[in-house]
Design a protein around this ligand. Structure first.
Ligand code: CDP
Length: 784
């Protein structure tokens, strides 16, 4: 069979996304599209208060409403030992509150009824008597003398402190600071923001009373892990639990945790014996499910007379909300904040972190981020720009002077992490050239002389993605490997099943491309299936840009396993020795006789029809891949802004993004990922904020208050690339999904601070809204 390069769809080809055929036609299959016979609907009653004791819950009026089948309370859940559940960080979280409510929006009771509207009407008839308690809304509040103990139900918990964590060498770092020529300090707050996927969370729980089989269709980025957690929490045998994640309309970390709604719907279906659907509305999603960030950070950089960074120290206070449910590998209390030394050859560092309970929704999800990498990247990139500005040095030159050099890889950072590969000066140079940096700098100086406010911001981020090496990375003890199972049918078409779960990243296309490259079957002939725990091999799911580094590697490895068997089959068919065969994508031929060849399709047919004596039939296999290390994608982002002195409005005039994610499987999809990430980074930098009033009321509970960017606000992106393969990944690929969300906020804010630096303004916390910029300028006497 002859195919052109384009038809084949191997690595490096920008073939169109297979899944878009159904998405563009509105034929995606999302949770809310699912209707099962006899299905009931569930609505959740949430707390209006941030902190209050529950004196009583009266469900009588609700139970009497039309269509109501059941009213579920915390007390009822407690009778089944399900009032509390474990979190991903070894804490506990209330499923339905029994003693107290600890954040506004917390789940208190649920109504199951024949229709959604009946369920919602009856929910509003539940009467709860609360005794309001003082609310804690920040780590400072949590530490304050006499602060109420939010988690008083926990044995031994006397205050609101959750954890203390440290990394690096304190003595060496102190010594370096003692000798520093200049110390640059930055206090900054990475505010609470929300992944806000287009599709909210939800599920349809269907527990079959006859078979005992629980099928839970749900919006989960990690269906296998959820199945195991469900088995442990409910006591149901794991083989009787099937979690199915159908099409998912965006996750960004929001769909990693187990939410109370999933547990209550499953318990209700179990008790009632009918399927139960629960779908959040937008406000429920924004106020109660996994938020991100909420990190208060102080960083210091020590710099010598030659402009070399000699040490970094940082302290973080993390606001974890009412339950410590950060989705992160067990070992790392403060996530992967270790990457805080960034792209720079910093000889020593010391980081400390403390986590606190507050009366806010739990979360700390890695919103398009590998477990706090975003906060780390933001801190170092903001610090580096501030250091350059304070020392009167050029931001780009200061970075070039401090970068880890290409020949230093593999590089061990001051916090002990081994960076796999990188060429930071090259990525920076490509970005500067694309931007026309020298000219722009001169232009900015000239315009500043005329009184204009203009700036250029740079961020040369490095990341750590692809969790992870199983010995170091686990979620609740489950090692973070991933898997691929490949089955080639007699006609040479294939089915690839994965332990990951796409939420829009294009896995059906890119993983088929890996098979196309490695086994020679055109991508169009490889169906990719994810998200059904009854059929897919066990995996830890899709988040933190881990799919390509881990499951992508598993796909390459399983394809190679099948290719080894295909070689034996080809040798049999060609009556040649295995070592005399040459592989060329899609076929084996006898060395020196390209005409004596067997295509992979002919070989697949033989696997079922014409086998050598003693060989097992079929052409299929599975591979569980445990990566030897993480991958470290990187890049340089550069932003040009103009600021209106009269209004404080920031106009992003240029945004140049140069990314290096090693070998690109599908360059078009990679670019799409970068565009999406830059847009989210823009939203975080300038618009998005979940904040709270002093009583703990959540402000930002809808898209009128929580502003996400549209095409109207979003700047035009100019994209560039360099390619530095990962030495340990079988394809040389690194993850990319989160890079732009991680790297871009600092670039946007650095541009604003560069513009405002002539006025002595050194920081504005995100979101950098025009009122904050206006006030900062006014505080420096700028009145125009
Ligand atoms: O885990 P997640 O899918 O969110 O992140 P990822 O591994 O960074 O992949 C995002 C999308 O970009 C997937 O479709 C990948 O296959 C694709 N990608 C690629 O084509 N080449 C890379 N080097 C990295 C990702």
């Amino acid at each position: 069979m002859s195919t052109t390069m384009h038809q084949h769809g191997g690595i490096g080809e920008s073939i169109k996304r297979k899944e878009d055929a159904r998405f563009l036609r509105g034929k995606g299959n999302y949770i809310d599209d699912l209707t099962l016979p006899g299905m009931l609907h569930m609505a959740i009653l949430r707390s209006p208060h941030a902190h209050a004791r529950i004196k009583s819950v009266d469900t009588s009026a609700a139970a009497a409403k039309p269509g109501v089948i059941a009213v579920v309370t915390g007390e009822l859940m407690a009778q089944h030992k399900l009032a509390w559940m474990p979190t991903l960080s070894y804490d506990t979280q209330a499923v339905l509150a029994t003693d107290k409510v600890r954040f506004q929006g917390q789940e208190v009771a649920a109504v199951v009824a024949e229709t959604k509207y009946q369920a919602e009407d009856a929910r509003d008839a539940i009467v709860v008597d609360y005794e309001i308690l003082p609310a804690v809304i920040s780590p400072d509040g949590a530490k304050a003398e006499g602060a109420p103990v939010i988690r008083n139900e926990k044995e031994g918990q006397k205050d609101n402190h959750i954890y203390h964590w440290e990394s690096g060498d304190q003595a060496k770092t102190q010594a370096a600071f003692a000798k520093a020529h200049k110390v640059v300090r930055l206090h900054t707050f990475y505010p609470r923001c929300h992944p806000a996927p287009l599709e909210t969370c939800g599920c349809v729980a269907d527990v079959n009373p006859a078979t005992g089989k629980a099928t839970i269709y749900m919006t989960s980025q990690a269906p296998h892990a959820i199945r195991t957690v469900f088995a442990l929490v409910t006591g149901l045998p794991e083989q009787n639990i099937r979690v199915v994640s159908p099409d998912i309309g965006g996750g960004f970390g929001n769909k990693v945790p187990v939410y109370p709604g999933y547990v209550v719907a499953t318990a209700a279906s179990l008790l009632i014996g009918r399927p139960v659907k629960w779908i959040e509305d937008r406000s429920e999603n924004l106020i109660s499910t996994g938020f991100a960030r909420d990190f208060h950070m102080t960083g210091d950089l020590a710099v010598d007379e030659k402009g070399k960074i000699t040490a970094l120290r940082a302290h973080l206070d993390s606001d974890n909300g009412a339950f410590f449910s950060d989705a992160q590998p067990s070992k790392f209390k403060a996530g992967l904040f270790h990457i805080v030394t960034g792209s720079y050859d910093i000889p020593t560092a010391h980081i400390t972190a403390d986590g606190y309970y507050t009366n806010k929704a739990p979360g700390g999800v890695a919103y398009r981020c590998s477990f706090r990498v975003t906060e780390a990247s933001y801190l170092i990139e903001r610090l580096v720009t501030n250091a350059a500005l304070e020392l009167g040095l050029d931001q780009a030159e200061f970075r070039m002077n401090n970068f880890i050099q290409p020949e230093q890889f593999p590089y061990t950072s001051a916090t002990g992490w081994i960076y796999d590969s990188g060429d930071y000066p090259k990525a920076m140079q490509v970005a500067l050239d694309k931007l026309g940096y020298e000219e722009l700098r001169k232009d900015a100086e000239a315009r500043r002389k005329k009184g204009e406010v203009t700036g250029i911001g740079i961020a040369s981020f490095t990341e750590v993605v692809g969790a992870g090496h199983g010995a170091d990375f686990d979620i609740l003890g489950l090692r973070m490997f991933d898997s691929a199972e490949l089955r080639v049918h007699p006609t040479g078409k294939a089915m690839l099943r994965m332990g990951t779960k796409s939420q829009g990243q294009g896995h059906e296309t890119t993983f088929a491309q890996i098979v196309a490259e490695e086994l020679g079957i055109p991508a169009a002939d490889v169906a990719v299936e994810e998200g059904d725990t009854d059929t897919a091999p066990y995996g830890l799911g899709t988040y933190a840009s881990r799919s390509t580094p881990v499951a992508g590697a598993a796909t390459a490895m399983v394809s190679r396993k099948l290719r080894d068997k295909a070689r034996k089959l080809a040798a049999h068919l060609l009556e040649a020795a295995e070592e005399d065969l040459t592989w060329e994508r899609g076929k084996f031929y006898v060395k020196g006789s390209p005409d004596r060849a067997k295509t992979i399709q002919e070989i697949a047919f033989a696997a079922y029809t014409n086998l050598p004596e003693g060989m097992e039939a079929g052409l299929e296999g599975v591979h569980y891949y445990d990566p030897p290390n993480m991958t470290y994608p990187f890049g340089t982002y550069a932003v040009v802004v103009d600021i209106d002195k009269g209004t404080g409005q920031v106009k992003v005039k240029r945004m140049v993004a140069v990314d290096d994610c090693g070998v690109r499987i599908n360059p078009m999809i990679v670019e799409g990922q970068i565009h999406g990430g830059l847009t989210e980074g823009f939203g975080i930098a300038f618009m998005e904020l979940i904040t709270f009033d002093s009583d703990g009321n959540c402000i930002g509970s809808n898209f009128m208050d929580y502003l996400i960017p549209t095409a109207w606000e979003t700047p035009k992106f100019e994209i560039g690339e360099t390619v530095t393969p990962s030495p340990h990944h079988p394809l040389g690929a690194k993850g990319v999904g989160e890079s732009a969300t991680v790297g871009s906020p600092a670039a946007y804010v650095n541009a604003v601070i560069d513009a405002l630096s002539p006025y002595g303004i050194t920081n504005i916390d995100m979101p950098v809204t025009s009122d904050k910029v206006w006030a900062a300028l006014r505080s420096k006497g700028v009145t125009e």
